[in-house]
Design a protein around this ligand. Structure first.
Ligand code: T46
Length: 138
């Protein structure tokens, strides 16, 4: 069973040059899963929150590709808030973690590397259902 303490900040490689910087990410190197999907959140209106769900199986790496935002993590018992504001740090999240993304800066972009393709059946979208299942597994 995953806990919020299994969520970790991963420092990603940086290739710096006078013309700008580049960060590569490889499956099973910086992250413990094979990347099946990439998506990104952008044009987030001020004050909006994303997430508000958990995944049965999905693992992800979240990166603030531009700007910053906060990630509230909840395993059904404990809560943590992680601030992301550098494109060379990623937040690794195992499965069974409720997440809310909030306090997006203007122009903030959240890049996500995911272990599985999109599957609505993988979501818990009701917090009480998630908490009940998560606490039952513990
Ligand atoms: C998470 C945060 C960071 C797709 O069709 N394909 C996709 O790959 C995704 C992720 C979503 N969708 C559709 C499903 C919904 O109709 O886009 C709509 C919004 O999806 P969702 O509610 O998942 O969006 P967010 O931004 O609230 O959450 C997503 C991830 O689901 C979540 O795991 O950590 O981004």
């Amino acid at each position: 069973m995953s806990s919020v303490y299994d969520c970790s900040l991963v420092e990603l490689p940086r290739i710096n040059s006078p013309s700008g910087n580049l960060t590569p990410v490889y499956s099973r190197e910086q992250i413990p899963f094979d990347i099946a999907r990439v998506y990104y959140l952008y044009d987030i209106p001020g004050g909006e929150t994303r997430g508000g769900h958990a995944h049965r199986n999905l693992q992800q790496l979240l990166v603030a590709a531009s700007g910053s935002f906060d990630v509230l993590l909840d395993d059904g018992v404990n809560r943590r808030v992680i601030h992301l504001n550098r494109p060379y740090f990623g937040l690794y999240m195992p499965n069974m973690i409720w997440r809310e993304l909030l306090n997006f800066s203007s122009g903030g972009i959240c890049l996500v590397l995911a272990s599985h393709v999109y599957d609505e059946g993988d979501y818990f979208r009701e917090y009480e259902e998630f908490r009940h299942v998560a606490r039952g597994i513990r």
